[in-house]
Design a protein around this ligand. Sequence first.
Ligand code: FAD
Length: 385
Amino acid sequence: MIPPVRLSSDFDFFFEPKHQRLVETLTDVASELAACQNQDSKTIMKRLGQEFKLCSWLIPDEGASLDMRALCLIREMLGQTMPLADALFAVQGLGSYPIVIAGTDRQKKHYLPYLKSGDWIIAFAVTEECAGSDIASLETTATPTSNGYRLSGSKTLISSGGVADYYIVAARIDTKAFDNVSPHQRIGLFIVPSHEEGLDVSPMSLSIDHPIASLSLNDCMAETLIGNEGDGFGLLMKTLELFRLTVGASACGMAYRALQEAITHVQNRNQFGKPLMAQPIVQQYIAQMSTELDAARLLVLRAAYQQDNQHQDAAMASCMAKSYSTEAAGHIVDKAVQLLGGKGVVRGEIVESLYRTVRAMRIYEGTTEIQQMIIGKTVLSKDKQ
Ligand SMILES: Cc1cc2nc3c(=O)[nH]c(=O)nc-3n(C[C@H](O)[C@H](O)[C@H](O)COP(=O)(O)OP(=O)(O)OC[C@H]3O[C@@H](n4cnc5c(N)ncnc54)[C@H](O)[C@@H]3O)c2cc1C
């Protein structure tokens, strides 16, 4: 039984009436999703797009910006209700956003309506064996030919790999003209259809329920380039700056769910002749979990608010929100497992699966260490001025 969804909209000073209206629909979406946990990725994506219209929030109308507070509310709900749907939704955003901000009119008309409806799934392929946190060191090449760009190389840990219809692939432009250009300025972003000759997709198995694959590109022709040849790194950074803060929102949703599971358990489980919740140490754990969760929510909402209002510190706020919330979710879910005792590590228990799911969140879309590096450098450079 899934507890009623609770969203950070209770911090109402961050929100506008349109967000409160969204929250009302999200409560209904949560109950619908909760009733069908075992659907496949394609079905889930179509429901997110067509039935619940959530993908429209990933692909704003021409000229409009993403509404980051809305995306945070959506991911908080999905994190609480269905982490698989949350992962699919997030990756659809990562893959669509470069087209939204840098696509040509033709590209926008061709891809965005189908990504919005959930008919097509798109993945975001950047990481390679040799290039994780250090994106600029990627080795996949894009060689210009008379028919377009030919891609060669490999990618690993690509979410939605195997279920995606299209891949956004980051590759190094391989021409003489780029020989003396810095690695950051050599990257281009390409769109590759999943059925393209020369693209091999091999599913990977993780500790979590998350479609993911490695890609091998062997003289594979890209369908199109997004923006200009050297725009890729900037597009990646802008995309990650926005979407990483929503990872924080999802982590808050998962942490809230674990907290609710722990509360229900300590209210109902008797040991030494009384409910566990009567023990001071249990009350202290619940207090720590609740406080850390609210601190995380506030950091996420501040970052979303600052992004929506183009505040000068928004990029750093996103790093703080992502790193703090995912670390906090780790502590909270870990305490929930502890409070459930042996039951907390039994396969099939919600806290057991959340324990594995939140662990990965500290790694993707910029590890905690990389976020801290950015925060530290930003703070120190400001203090110098
Ligand atoms: C579930 C999941 C889904 C993913 N989905 C995608 C996806 O859809 N698309 C995609 O492209 N990638 C995806 N990734 C890959 C992810 O982006 C990378 O794992 C991440 O960027 C880290 O890279 P890495 O694993 O190579 O670790 P590394 O970069 O090798 O880092 C290893 C460790 O060293 C630390 N480290 C690295 N550099 C520094 C430094 N300068 N200072 C201090 N510490 C440092 C890191 O913080 C980390 O703790 C996914 C990963 C996971 C786990």
